[in-house]
Design a protein. Structure first.
Length: 382
């Protein structure tokens, strides 16, 4: 298939570009380097530098003989996105092109505005471009488990059957996100659902939990092809952050009581899930929703696992409970369904000691470059 990856330079976008080209698809990756720009502005950086998107495409071609096409530009500009669609004529569009950091979205009015206008603006343009230039294309949108929040009932896979005063209907599962970033994903889902109803688009919305890891099947030999590995408060997800904290002797930053539960997955499983969604497309007129994670942990569970494995490696891992800068439940019920992707054939990589050791080894290699001052700055939700 001809697959357009929007946000193709990002933590998940670039590994997806390699993975799908490896599976024989014709891939174009598009990005405006927004994440690189925000990292520069906020003076944070990933564990190691990664080459530009064009350079990555060149290195990947040398390593694999597969070509990924790259375009640099801003997809919230109609003239750019329409050019890209007309040129590439995609069969499928994978939409990662969003400002992905919850703390960044809560940092200032300017950051909130950027998050809202970029995320909604790109989603809107994707819908319009599909309608105009590729009406049969399958849109695969990266949503987030955070759209549901932490309700005191089981979380279903996208939809809820409701019986009210003797009548029944099915609705999107209630959404109550915990940050402005997560709220933009709720709004994305609403926009997509509206246009699925009126224009019959075919859409898969992947409600993904926090991802961890560096290695996929495509980048095991060289960090040149690895994704950004952020450990700073803005762009690092919790497990990746704790790995870097463990190897640098920085006490693991557990927010509040640490009972916050989320559904996690290895980056290798993100690759599988996206490929499964792509190769088993949604029907026209269908908004298909999958909950994309393989196991749930509390923050305390993760801190304990990393402490144990780190101490076995001879690190002296400490844990420190910090006043929670976020506004979120620290002890709560959490039981989300997640059978859709397993039914399509997902073979989970569960969090193993071996996987943690592998991540610690790479973090140890780059330990001298770690900037401890970027690990915690305490962006407050209120
Ligand atoms: N947390 C800590 N200490 C830290 C960092 C985080 O205790 O140093 C806690 C947070 O308070 C939260 C949990 O760990 O309860 C997860 O935080 P996170 O920063 O790993 O994840 P989050 O901000 O929710 O966002 C990440 C991705 C986002 C994706 C989301 C999936 O950045 O793009 O949408 O995970 S989910 O969380 O399921 O919504």
């Amino acid at each position: 298939m001809r697959v357009l990856i929007l946000g193709g330079d990002g933590y998940l976008g670039w590994p997806t570009a390699m993975h799908l080209s490896n599976r024989g698809h014709e891939v174009m990756a598009v990005d405006n380097y927004l994440r690189r720009r925000i990292c520069r502005e906020e003076d944070v950086q990933a564990l190691f530098l990664v080459p530009t998107l064009n350079e990555r495409c060149r290195l990947w071609r040398e390593a694999s003989d597969h070509q990924v096409h790259a375009r640099i530009g801003d997809l919230s500009e109609w003239s750019f996105i329409s050019e890209v669609f007309q040129e590439f004529q995609p069969d499928a569009v994978i939409h990662y092109a969003e400002q992905p950091s919850a703390p960044y979205s809560m940092m200032s009015r300017r950051a909130a505005d950027l998050t809202l206008s970029n995320n909604l603006g790109v989603t809107f343009n994707v819908i319009q471009a599909v309608r105009e230039y590729a009406p049969d294309a399958h849109i695969i949108k990266l949503g987030t488990m955070g759209e549901y929040g932490t309700p005191n009932i089981d979380i279903e896979e996208g939809w809820l059957d409701v019986e009210h005063k003797g009548r029944r209907d099915t609705f999107l599962f209630p959404r109550q996100a915990g940050s402005l970033y997560h709220t933009t994903k709720v709004m994305d889902t609403d926009l997509l659902w509206f246009y699925v109803r009126v224009w019959g688009l075919r859409v898969t919305d992947l409600m993904q939990g926090p991802v961890y890891g560096i290695y996929t099947n495509e980048n095991t030999d060289t960090e040149n092809l690895a994704p950004f590995f952020n450990y700073d408060e803005l762009f690092g997800t919790v497990l990746n952050r704790f790995i870097v904290q463990a190897v640098t002797g920085y006490p693991l930053t557990v927010y509040g009581e640490g009972g916050q539960k989320r559904g996690y997955l290895n980056i290798k499983d993100t690759m599988q899930c996206v490929a499964l969604a792509l190769e088993n497309p949604a029907e026209a007129g269908d908004l298909r929703i999958f909950n994309q994670f393989v196991e749930t942990f509390s923050v305390n569970d993760i801190a304990e696992r990393i402490s144990r494995v780190g101490n076995e490696l001879g690190l002296n891992v400490q844990v420190k409970k910090l006043e929670n800068p976020r506004k979120e439940a620290e002890e709560h019920y959490y039981n989300p369904a997640h059978t859709g992707l397993l039914d399509l054939g997902l073979e989970p990589h569960y969090l193993s000691d071996e996987a943690l050791r592998e991540m610690m080894q790479i973090a140890l290699k780059y330990r001298p470059q770690v900037r401890e001052d970027t690990i915690f700055r305490g962006v407050k939700w209120n």
